[in-house]
Write a protein that binds this ligand. Structure first.
Ligand SMILES: [Zn+2]
Length: 465
């Protein structure tokens, strides 16, 4: 097996930035040493040397929230695991954590086997969050299967009663108790369904269903209420709780209040809640900016950004990549029916680098922490993923801080074939993506369909203390 030496780059982990050379052997990191250390090996014929002067190397970026091949509302997302993972790799992502739908019969092993088949085309590595919509004796018992399968987290919805995803709130306590026993991390999509249903009915009755009304049907107050209610339940049960795609200042304040009471709350946000706001819903192609929770206001954008500057209040930035093409998005222009979701994996790193790190909202080391180290630790993949430790997977994102790019659809790879960020230019872009020692993307796809694999997760590091 060929060896690779990455030399003269600046290595960025969550603590420091230092110049070092990296030796890759087969799929693993074989050494991280001071510059020039591997000099004698460089001349050997079985060794490929890549000079990366002026570039950064990050541990492989992890998108902890994706929906590739999502079957929902009578259709399937434009991105399957192949096109989704190619777009991820083009954006420097080496691992994604996707979802497994809830099996009505409670057979998690069977659901996992079926989902793993769908993911088999992926070129990046992957793990899953398991959705739980119901709870009884059988489900409680079977949840133990997830530990053997190698999943670390489950997903609860406090909304989408109509679509069937919601778990009844009188089950929360029992579910959380069982998850605590099993050391499975609860993650939650937090929006209060009863408030949303009432508001939807009001707007529907008056015929106000265009996309621009969506944020009024699913207001920030609904998010804040749900964060409060399930946050209190987690506090009572003394279990950590991970909130996905937090979108609003109001919900952030609710999280702050809970943290003051010592709730163990971990927060994820996404680039779109930082970069975009509901002014997009006034445009002619509003459908292309339609997701749940909806885009908020400019004030919310600013408040979420400032949560990074003061005191890292977010632990993870992930994308909720859920790509539908224009034809799918324009099937309806009613906020009650538009397919929710936008593409995101490919633009995660360049957006956060340009508008976060370069604009002084966060340090480079903090970005690496939120885009790689923390997701690995929180979802039980560390140090195999997210670290530079010798013996772990050689997953690296090589990043050129000088490279400028416009985030137009032509420059991106998602089958959505449109870009929510088409007006934006980024300064800094991933140039080589290495997954388990293999260059999988460098200007173009470099690997075979299906070269990614399922990575077994141990218990979340959040259960260590
Ligand atoms: Zn999602």
């Amino acid at each position: 097996m060929a060896k690779i030496i990455l030399k003269n780059a600046e290595i960025v982990d969550y603590i420091s930035i230092k110049k070092a050379d990296i030796l890759i052997e087969s799929e693993k990191i074989a050494g991280v040493e001071k510059q020039g250390y591997f000099k004698d090996m460089e001349k050997k014929t079985d060794t490929k040397v890549i000079d990366l002067s002026g570039k950064f190397i990050f541990p492989g970026i992890i998108d902890a929230h994706t929906h590739y091949s999502l079957h929902s509302r009578g259709t399937i997302t434009a991105d399957d695991f192949f096109s989704g993972s190619v777009s991820a790799a083009a954006g420097g992502v080496t691992t994604v954590i996707d979802y497994i739908d809830f099996p009505e019969d409670g057979d998690f092993q069977k659901a996992f086997d079926a989902r793993k088949k769908e993911a088999a085309d992926s070129i990046v590595d992957y793990n899953f969050h398991q959705v739980i919509q119901d709870f009884d004796k059988n489900i409680s018992k079977n949840l133990a299967q997830l530990k053997e399968i190698g999943l670390a987290s489950i997903k609860l919805f406090t909304t989408y009663k109509r679509a069937g995803y919601m778990i009844d709130r009188n089950l929360w306590g029992r579910v959380l108790k069982r998850l605590k026993e099993l050391k499975l991390l609860p993650t939650v999509h937090a929006e209060d369904d009863s408030l949303i249903q009432e508001l939807e009915a009001v707007y529907k009755k008056r015929g106000l269903t265009e996309p621009v009304y969506h944020p009024f049907m699913r207001p920030d107050a609904a998010e804040a209420l749900a964060v409060r209610d399930i946050g209190e339940e987690a506090l009572k049960n003394e279990i950590p709780l991970y909130v996905v795609h937090l979108s609003s200042a109001l919900a952030l304040n609710e999280a702050r209040r809970l943290r003051k009471k010592n709730a163990e709350l971990y927060l994820e946000t996404t680039p779109h809640y930082l970069m975009l706001n509901q002014s997009k819903l006034h445009s002619r192609d509003a459908e292309l900016y339609f997701m749940t929770p909806p885009l908020r206001t400019k004030f919310d954008n600013e408040q979420l950004w400032s949560a990074f500057s003061i005191d890292n209040e977010f632990q993870v930035i992930a994308t909720d990549h859920c790509a539908f093409n224009k034809q799918q998005k324009f099937q309806s222009n009613s906020a009650l029916d538009i397919l929710p979701g936008i593409p995101g994996s490919e633009t995660l790193l360049p957006l956060i680098y340009t508008y976060g790190v370069s604009r002084g909202k966060m340090k480079l080391t903090e970005m690496v922490e939120m885009l790689s180290v923390n997701p690995a630790k929180i979802f039980g993949l560390y140090p195999q993923k997210g670290s530079f430790e010798v013996g772990t997977d050689a997953d690296f994102t090589v990043f050129d801080p000088q490279l400028e790019k416009k985030l137009t659809a032509e420059n991106l790879h998602s089958a959505a074939a449109y870009s929510p960020y088409k007006e934006l230019k980024v300064e800094g872009y991933p140039i080589i993506t290495i997954r388990r020692g293999e260059i999988i993307f460098k200007n173009e796809l470099k690997t075979k369909k299906g070269s990614g694999k399922f990575i077994f997760a141990h218990s979340s590091d959040l259960f260590l203390h």
